[in-house]
Design a protein around this ligand. Sequence first.
Ligand code: UT7
Length: 333
Amino acid sequence: MSIINAAITAVGGYLPEDKLTNADLEKLVDTNDEWITTRVGIKERRVLKDPTKGAAYLGVQAVQDLLSRSGIDPKTIDGLILTTNTGDHTFPTTASIVAHDTGCVNAFTFDLVSACPGFIYALETGANYIRSGRYKRVLVVAAEKMTAFVDYTDRATCPLFGDGAGCVLLEPTEEACGVMDASFHTDGIGRNNLILRAGGSVNPASHETVEARQHYIYQEGAAVFKHAVKGMSSSCRAIMERNGLADADVAWVVPHQANLRIIDAVAREMKVPMERVMVNIEYRGNTSSATIPLCLWEFEKKLHKGDNLILTSFGAGFTWGAVYVKWAYEPKH
Ligand code: UT7
């Protein structure tokens, strides 16, 4: 019996039009372009301003981009897995809204939550559906409206985050390409270092939680930074070793875009020059689980069949990991 691999056969993405620049932030909090640029590497981020639109709206645009560019009938999509930390509601799922609004009426749907690494978790999950042989087309979508949870009075977090969505289509192939390997890790030591402190079943919303500004992202940046470099570097190194990949075999590293200094440190640890590292943080900021598919979308034309990609991410929990993807197609024109 031949082995079924799960290949990425199309990508899609969406960024809202409104931009929030460092100059805009200088008017809101005690910060400056020089600090944000040198400490984080961000110049501007995209913002979905309309409060009536959330993560699902972003996800819908990204899926429509993929479907229209690939000419795929949404009725042929068997499954849609959506990862988000900023879903429209606690329930219903954001995946069910995106499937409905894009015409993916025959797809099973669910939300998958695993902080910023959510997309790489969802990619491996989607790949397993394909590998089972029972599903032919699975969409993996990451959609985040981070700015809905950003405190624009907190200079430590407000420069970091932006909004956006990216997605990929997984289909079966008998060729030796696609999602080749994955490695994930969790350590609850980070539980309080990066957290949305209220609005869940612990600390449900109340006047007090709103007054204490507990519905916004809280982050102890330095602690997260240290663990991020260590976690991303070690999982990349491990997945390369067990797949026999030397530094020179890696065509692209696709890292989570949280801080240019973290990306730089991981690339140095992997001995991969920055020319082979996907970076778009300067104009996108940190879109949480959407950073990696947005990179694939923006760099799609530079990717070639057979390229070895190492995707890696780190986030709240802590949770982190790496996925090895062998790219399945030449640039489409
Ligand atoms: O996506 C999920 C995973 N998240 C991450 O991976 C993020 C990891 N952490 C980081 O990227 C960095 O820790 C931050 C960008 C969040 C912060 O950078 P840092 O170099 O760790 O700065 P810090 O928090 O240690 O603060 C250094 C100084 C402080 O001043 P003092 O105490 O040294 O006088 C801060 O008050 O920088 C100050 N500071 C600012 N100054 C100007 C903090 N935020 C700002 C700001 N503008 N926006």
